[in-house]
Ligand binder design. Structure first.
Ligand code: ATP
Ligand code: MG
Ligand code: FE
Length: 335
């Protein structure tokens, strides 16, 4: 089964061709980051405009790279949500047009399910599994008893992990999005400051990063006011240590309680070197029988290959949409 998948939920226009949910024939990603950098964040109106300008070429590039014609495509998949409504609508409209013109079934996919299924491009998924989803808009622990079943057992009560990275990066004057740069800086710094580990001892699987974010930003402002020097590398290292400790602690507790076969890391922040290292090491130490899956860096951020991987499960269940498919900006996993 060969699926052409489209992803346009935020600021990357991406189209991929994926076979049987596990083999990537092409995965073209056109990033708009440069256009949003000067605003310090994604400007929705600018994002939609870029998607409109890019989508046709990106579809053609993905088909060329896969070296296929539409006769060889079995279905068209698209991210229906969550994301920016104007951005999502470009992908949804393009997918509907392709499905109609080429008489192919249309498969709506949840973007977060896509982040989780990116791991299926690495190794077959084995259930039950637990996924730690850490991205620009989400921080969730998702329990999957079987393929296609999603149970959010914990989530952030305020900021997503990636959002905290980006907001602190902005205060430090780093270009948007600051997450990647902060990760690099953290590796050059030392944990000289102690920031709170919010909710770490609470008997639930929820997170909170807003207090940590404020605490780090206040530390920067206070130092600047007093004219003190603050080492941004040490700051990044101290912040990152707090984020990782909380994420890893709660993830391990959930993995133990749920008795899972696999632990998956997913979302843009899954690219974080510290998180990848600490999570793998702790899992090997405390739960050596649970396989840890982590996508390669190219599949952590937004891309359409992950949408094609998730779409394969929907294809087998014949979960197809009509031409009245709409964008769902607030779509929640499993609902
Ligand atoms: P969502 O997936 O929740 O809808 P999104 O699609 O905007 O949101 P992603 O593209 O999945 O988010 O992830 C982007 C986020 O990942 C940004 O916040 C970015 O700073 C963060 N990020 C990327 N690389 C790293 C890294 N190495 N360390 C920490 N954060 C990172
Ligand atoms: Mg993005
Ligand atoms: Fe994403």
């Amino acid at each position: 089964v060969t699926i052409l998948a489209i992803e346009s939920s935020c600021d990357e226009t991406s189209v991929a061709v994926v076979r049987n949910g596990d083999t990537v024939l092409s995965n073209v990603v056109a990033s708009q980051i440069k256009s949003h950098m000067r605003f310090g964040g994604v400007v929705p109106e600018v994002a939609s405009r870029h998607h409109v300008e890019q989508i046709t070429q990106v579809i053609e590039a993905a088909m060329d790279e896969a070296n296929l014609t539409f006769a060889a495509i079995d279905a068209i998949a698209v991210t229906e949500g969550p994301g920016l409504v104007g951005s999502l609508l470009i992908g949804v409209s393009a997918a509907k047009a392709l499905a109609f013109a080429h008489r192919k079934p249309l498969i709506p996919v949840n973007h977060i399910a896509g982040h989780i299924y990116a791991n299926q491009l690495v190794e077959p998924l084995q259930f039950p599994l637990l996924a730690l989803v850490v991205s620009g808009g989400h921080t969730e622990l998702v329990y999957m008893e079987k393929d296609g079943s999603f149970d959010i057992i914990g989530e952030t009560r305020d900021d997503a992990a990636g959002e905290a990275y980006d907001k602190i990066g902005r205060v430090l004057g780093l270009p948007y999005p600051g997450g990647k740069k902060m990760d690099e800086m953290a590796h050059e710094g030392k944990e000289t400051l102690h920031f709170p580990r919010a909710m770490i001892q609470e008997d639930n699987y929820d997170f909170s990063f807003s207090g940590l974010k404020s605490s780090v930003i206040n530390t920067v402002h206070n130092a600047r006011q007093k004219g003190d020097d603050i080492d941004p590398y040490d700051l990044a290292a101290s912040f990152q240590a707090s984020v990782i400790e909380v994420l890893v602690h709660k993830t391990l507790r959930a993995a133990k309680e749920k008795n899972v076969r696999q632990l998956l890391l997913a979302g843009g922040v899954a690219a974080n070197r510290g998180l990848r290292e600490v999570l793998s090491a702790k899992m090997a130490q405390e739960l050596p029988d649970v396989a840890v899956l982590i996508p390669p860096l190219s599949l952590c951020g937004d891309n359409a290959a992950m949408i094609g991987a998730a779409a394969y499960s929907e294809y087998r269940k014949q979960n197809f949409a009509g031409y009245d498919l709409n964008a769902h900006p607030g779509l929640v996993l499993g609902e």
